[in-house]
Design a protein. Structure first.
Length: 258
């Protein structure tokens, strides 16, 4: 039975109908997908940047000027929060979509590693990963979990200062992450945009690249974003931890029915 997607009243039904017919799906995720894992977002309700100025604590110039201050004001607390965080039903729902053949790649702005922990197979870490610390002198990487934080800022055996292997404001996106994100965004026919305020470039340009190459953009967010109604014509308003499992079930129904 052919259903005109626009005739389906429930947006989740409409999104499931589009996803079940999709050839290549890509997800762009932001801090919102990890809120239900206990990690606060940066903007909006309870946002980190409501409490401190990112230019003071998350810009490379601020770190270079006073690494001890940035470690004390931001990085130590991030480690405490991320150490406790585990994937939530939104992360595991994306793994299920991948298993159904309806999600190829996750482009994540998050540095919490929860997509990989949940089992996602292809994750592009657009802003790096907090699981690793890099020496500012010799460049060696070491696991954040193994870094001795009794001394701030922590140091490498060579005496260099350690910094998270993440992208600070004022830094370039790792080339491979940038190129691959542009490629998969241009090649997908559906992009799921989940839990992002879509305000930080160049990550926020990926939905535009997808749309300009003919993709449908489906947003999952309790709030509208600058994309809503412009780039994404199918907003699923709500928490990702509730919406994504519902979406997965609706896609499964369509894939199971002849
Ligand atoms: N489910 C889905 N979305 C949610 C949820 C939830 N449970 N809770 C909040 N959100 C939404 C908010 O409405 C908001 O639109 O998640 C978004 C979080 O926005 P930001 O905090 O700005 O996070 P993000 O878009 O990832 O920020 C981009 O900015 O500070 C830099 O490097 C940092 O990667 C980050 C980048």
């Amino acid at each position: 039975m052919m259903i005109d997607p626009d005739m389906l009243s429930d947006p989740i039904d409409r999104a499931a109908d589009i996803l079940s017919k999709a050839r290549s799906v890509v997800a762009l995720t932001g801090a919102g997908i990890s809120v239900e894992s206990g990690i606060p977002p940066f903007r909006g309700k309870g946002g980190l940047w409501e409490k401190m100025d990112p230019m003071e604590v998350a810009h490379i110039d601020a770190f270079m000027q006073d690494p001890e201050r940035v470690w004390n004001l931001l990085i130590k607390d991030m480690k405490t929060v991320l150490d406790k965080a585990r994937p939530n039903p939104a992360h595991t729902g994306l793994v299920e979509l991948e298993r159904l053949g309806k999600l190829a790649t996750v482009i994540t702005q998050n540095v919490d590693g929860l997509h990989q922990l949940a089992g996602s197979g292809d994750v592009i870490e657009f802003h790096g990963n907090f699981a690793w610390q890099r020496c500012m002198e010799c460049g060696r990487l070491r696991r954040t979990a193994e870094v001795d934080l009794t001394r701030i800022p922590p140091q490498c055996d060579c005496g260099g200062i350690l910094r998270p292997d993440c992208v600070f404001f004022g830094e370039m996106i790792p080339t491979e992450a940038m190129v691959r994100s542009q490629q998969v965004s241009a090649g997908c026919d559906v992009m799921l945009v989940i839990g992002t305020s879509a305000t930080v470039q160049p990550a926020a340009s990926m939905p535009f690249i997808a749309r300009d190459n003919g993709a449908r953009v489906i947003e999952i967010n309790p709030e509208p974003s600058p994309l809503t109604g412009r780039i994404s014509n199918l907003p699923l308003l709500g928490d990702a931890g509730r919406i994504i499992p519902q979406l997965v079930e609706a896609v499964k129904e369509r894939l199971d029915s002849p």
